[in-house]
Design a protein around this ligand. Sequence first.
Ligand SMILES: Nc1ncnc2c1ncn2[C@@H]1O[C@H](COP(=O)(O)OP(=O)(O)OP(=O)(O)O)[C@@H](O)[C@H]1O
Length: 236
Amino acid sequence: MTIEINNLHKQFGKNQVLKGVDLTIEKGNIYAVLGPNGSGKTTLIKSILGMVIPDKGKISVLNESIKKNWKYRKKIDYLPQIANFPPNIKVKELIGMIKDLRNSSSEEEELIDLFGLEPFLNKKLSTLSGGTKQKVNIVLTFMFDSPLIILDEPTTGLDPKALISLKELIQKEKTNGKTVLITSHIMQFVEEVADEIVYLLEGEIYFKGSIEKLLEQTEQANFEHAIAAITTGSHA
Ligand SMILES: Nc1ncnc2c1ncn2[C@@H]1O[C@H](COP(=O)(O)OP(=O)(O)OP(=O)(O)O)[C@@H](O)[C@H]1O
């Protein structure tokens, strides 16, 4: 088991975001964490990363409780939704900096090649387009060799070629036995990469299972409609 979450609660002020989340993430699968805007996907992911401290509940990552334990973070490669890197440094300097910070072995050359980033290595981050910045973020995430990969909205700004490369990269990591957790609002992308759907609604896991099971349960013929059906159904 890669991640085990029991009875997780988190509120911000009066806003109760997570109200008793129970979730098991098994090794070697690709999971999509879905849910409407504001349903708590990022809060859940940040709780797993130790960036949000839960009010109640227990989280174990790779069979270790994460409470008062920071070493487990080294076993996770994380792509944040919005990466705030210093604007004045060059792409290659940023890559070097992250390598020094992580102090782990990395393989970035192949990834730089895959996303066509060579011409940008000597450019400052502030001069890059949104999609190019996201490609740099992807390189920074995938260049290490951690057993757990967490991607928050990884497709943002990517062109079709980069999107295909990202999908191939995710599948390759799965073949290598990695566990991948993804949030995305792009249903076509989710349908193509995810083995399991985890659907958060009103602070709880409303659905967990394969896309086939979701289609059956919602009596819908298509995935995007099935997801929309859950969302509208609950608020009707
Ligand atoms: N640090 C914080 N302080 C106060 N409220 C917060 C904080 N972080 C998140 N929230 C609130 O918690 C709720 C859940 O936010 P979260 O970002 O987890 O949702 P999400 O499902 O990832 O949304 P989206 O699909 O829009 O990215 C929102 O109402 C948000 O305003």
